[in-house]
Design a protein around this ligand. Structure first.
Ligand SMILES: CC(C)(COP(=O)(O)OP(=O)(O)OC[C@H]1O[C@@H](n2cnc3c(N)ncnc32)[C@H](O)[C@@H]1OP(=O)(O)O)[C@@H](O)C(=O)NCCC(=O)NCCS
Length: 470
């Protein structure tokens, strides 16, 4: 047995066993010493092929609730003028609102919905509420008796709801709903961080910090910065873009909060480095984080036969070209500078659809923390390893850039109601393709789009490719 005692191995439970050797994957000297012993990245490539579509699958449309939470003008807290007279929508109200609005906006009668999947991560913890399939069908009495199921995969729960719907369509259903919702503001951010930490390997990773996930991504930021010479200001470009986009988006949590490069680049009284872990504290500020948001999203998907039944023309839809779903062992990250689970999903998606990264006109990626967006650029092939920051700095991922990313503000500023996020990503691509994004509409409506929805520390990923039908 070898136990790593070197300084970089500050993370006491990060070690794992390979043969008779225990290593810490974060430790550069030991990574070097054990080269060849680690499982090669993406070794699972051969084990699974992505889902092969048997029929054409279309997104008919859908709807979102506004994403709200601290700093949003409609969010009720003790200094809000309505405090004491009005409360924030509950989980049920949020989910129902998204479902009802999706039906209304698409003009689809609830009776036509044959099946439904609901993404939600932690209803039991935040709202004492599980069994959300049965909760969802309260939204419309015509849904009563239909098969609705809740699915969970941490922050990728919404993406999993969407692929549940796609699989059902491939299996023979014709009109299926995918929805997601989360309400997280029922407890303090600190207590909520403990709830969210259930998406990590609790026994091995919870104690990294009270704010477990922020700390895990501070760790990624630390290694990424050290390996590639990236600065806090480089990473801040992601944050500034996110807030600038959200400022044009009436549904965004941070729609009224402005963010300067100066504020996003360095910790300050206004923007504290709030972690307690002494090794990680300097690598994450409040502005680097996605929001603790409440919100819901719902979309309706259909086969060609389903469109006929609904009387909807394909030209009013977006086609889903393919998806890939990958899962890697909790708590076992080989390299903190790479999202290799997402990289594998992207590789499978590109192989399956024949698309290349250069074919993508718009993307919604999982920016749970600012550094994650840079890692996403690299995992999805938009930038070479270590060049994500250059891409962000270049402006290419801005709304008017070559490859706009997170045009409505992303998880950082649109908000991150965990179970809704993956569904919202799909709808955002649809809305850009159909020219429905108002002030944050891309100058040229995109033809091909991609979503990347990630759960935990890159342990579950759903990527999807979409094409406008015109
Ligand atoms: C970043 C985040 C904590 C900010 O939320 P918030 O409501 O503004 O946070 P708070 O005001 O409660 O501050 C959080 C902590 O920072 C510290 N803090 C806040 N302001 C501070 C200041 N000015 N100086 C020093 N410390 C400060 C405090 O320790 C506080 O915790 P405490 O009040 O329990 O002691 C929250 O948005 C978050 O957790 N985001 C990430 C969500 C997430 O992980 N999602 C899953 C993704 S995988």
């Amino acid at each position: 047995m070898i136990f790593c005692m070197d300084q970089p191995c500050f993370w006491p439970r990060g070690s794992y066993r390979i043969g008779c050797i225990d290593i810490d994957p974060a430790c550069a000297p030991h990574r070097k010493a054990i080269t060849g012993l680690l499982t090669p990245r993406n070794s699972a490539t051969q084990r699974r092929r992505p889902m092969k579509f048997r029929r054409k699958i279309y997104m008919v449309g859908g709807a979102l609730t506004p994403f709200i939470g601290k700093m949003h003008p409609d969010f009720i807290w003790k200094k809000h003028p309505d405090f004491g007279t009005r409360e924030n929508p509950t989980l049920e109200e949020t989910l129902s609102a998204a479902i009802q609005k999706a039906l209304a906006d698409t003009n689809v009668d609830a009776d036509a919905i044959e099946k439904g999947f609901i993404g939600n991560f932690a209803g039991e913890l935040f709202s004492n509420q599980g069994h959300l399939g049965a909760m969802a069908v309260r939204a419309d009495e015509k849904l009563n008796g239909k098969p609705f199921t809740r699915v969970e995969g941490a922050c990728a729960s919404g993406g999993l709801a969407a692929i549940g719907a796609i699989d059902a369509l491939n299996a023979g259903y014709d009109v299926v709903m995918a929805a997601g919702a989360e309400v997280q503001t029922t407890v303090s951010a600190r207590e909520g961080a403990g709830f969210l930490a259930r998406a990590s390997h609790w026994e091995e990773e919870r104690e990294i910090d009270d704010f477990t996930f922020p700390a895990m991504f501070a760790r990624r930021a630390k290694f990424y910065k050290e390996k590639f010479g990236v600065t806090d200001e480089d990473i801040a470009h992601v944050t500034v873009k996110a807030y600038a986009n959200a400022n044009k988006n009436p549904l965004a949590h941070m729609r009224e909060v402005t963010m300067t490069l100066e504020n996003a680049s360095a910790a300050s009284d206004r923007n504290p480095a709030f972690l307690r872990n002494p090794e990680l504290k300097e690598h994450l500020k409040v502005s680097d984080c996605s929001q603790v948001s409440n919100g819901g999203a719902a979309v309706i998907l259909a086969s060609e036969d389903g469109l006929k039944k609904l009387g909807i023309d394909p030209s009013d839809c977006v086609e889903i070209l393919g998806y890939a779903h990958t899962t890697s062992p909790l708590g076992r990250v080989n390299d903190y500078t790479v999202l290799d689970n997402t990289e594998l999903a992207a590789k499978q998606l590109y192989e399956e659809t024949g698309l290349r990264p250069s074919d993508i006109d718009v993307a919604e990626v999982h920016d749970c923390f600012a550094v994650t967006e840079l890692l996403m650029y690299e995992a999805l092939g938009f930038a070479e390893p270590g060049k994500g920051a250059e891409l962000a700095r270049s402006g290419a991922t801005a709304i008017d850039g070559d490859i706009p990313v997170n045009t409505g503000g992303g998880l950082i500023a649109y908000g991150h109601p965990v179970g809704a996020t993956g569904v919202k990503q799909l709808l955002e691509i649809y809305r850009q393709m159909k020219g429905q994004c108002g002030d944050y509409q891309m100058p040229n409506a995109p033809t091909v789009g991609l979503t990347a929805n990630m759960g935990g520390d890159d342990r579950t990923t759903v990527v999807m490719a979409l094409k406008n039908v015109d």
